[in-house]
Design a binder for this molecule. Structure first.
Ligand SMILES: C[S@@+](CC[C@H](N)C(=O)[O-])C[C@H]1O[C@@H](n2cnc3c(N)ncnc32)[C@H](O)[C@@H]1O
Length: 223
């Protein structure tokens, strides 16, 4: 897999117009108003462009009606289960959820993508990641693949494969990640480990997470 990290949107869009082959299926994460989508659409075989903002997706869908090969969906980049269902084996992934986002957020998304996909090319736009990777002068190559790389996971995930990354995310130090994880874990509360994790999250340091956990457990007991 070739990974390219850029800091500026100009460089990112340049790659969208120079690195795509006509046979490529592309996932674009964080399509916003569709500027990069406009460059990908005429070059790729198919493009799945996602954004977590309903407003953006609503606005951006219309101009792409004429393109049969472009699908614009509201989705969160962390929802790799949904992504894998919509596009099981992309050749290329473009990821830009905001150039100035913290490294933690990018790392969470990259981890999910690496567990799910093995594209030919991954382009990431993020200033912190570009700064950090630019400082690297030597990398020790390791023989065994870390557990977050699961190139064989293609297509629809089973329950365990969905739950495991959510359980990891529920331990994240970012409240937004824990909130995302617990909201999705509630759909798997029949699983004893998930139930225990939600019970433990009642004592979360964030009052929001603790409130969500209590609400889920009350609903579960009533239902
Ligand atoms: C800077 S814009 C992307 C600009 C785009 N690359 C371009 O060339 O115009 C970042 C977008 O990422 C979206 N975003 C942020 N977090 C996201 C997430 N977790 N999943 C999906 N989209 C996300 C935001 O709603 C925003 O529209």
């Amino acid at each position: 897999m070739e990974v390219i990290v850029v800091a500026t949107v100009e460089r990112y869009r340049k790659l969208a117009s120079t690195r795509i082959q006509t046979k490529d299926s592309v996932i674009e994460i964080g399509c916003s108003t569709g500027e990069t989508t406009r460059l990908l659409a005429p070059r790729a075989k198919s493009v799945l462009a996602i954004d977590c903002s309903e407003q953006m997706v609503h606005k951006t869908r219309e101009p792409f009606c004429a393109f049969d090969n472009v699908q614009i969906e509201k989705a969160d980049a962390r929802d790799t289960e949904l992504l894998a269902r919509s596009m099981p084996a992309p050749d290329v992934i473009f990821l830009d959820v905001g150039g100035n986002q913290q490294l933690d957020k990018i790392a969470t998304i990259l981890r999910g993508l690496m567990r799910t996909y093995q594209p030919r090319l991954l382009v990431v736009r993020n200033e912190e990641l570009a700064t950090f990777t630019g400082m690297i002068c030597d990398v020790e190559r390791i023989e065994s693949k870390p557990t977050f790389i699961k190139p064989n996971l293609r297509g629809i995930c089973d329950d365990a494969e969905v739950v495991s990354p959510l359980m990891d995310l529920s331990d994240s130090h970012l409240v937004s990640n824990r909130a995302y994880a617990i909201r999705r874990l509630k759909n798997h509360i029949h699983n004893a480990d998930v139930y225990d994790r939600i019970v433990a999250m009642k004592a979360d340091s964030s009052p929001t997470i603790s409130r969500i956990a209590r609400g889920i457990l009350i609903n579960h007991e009533e239902g």
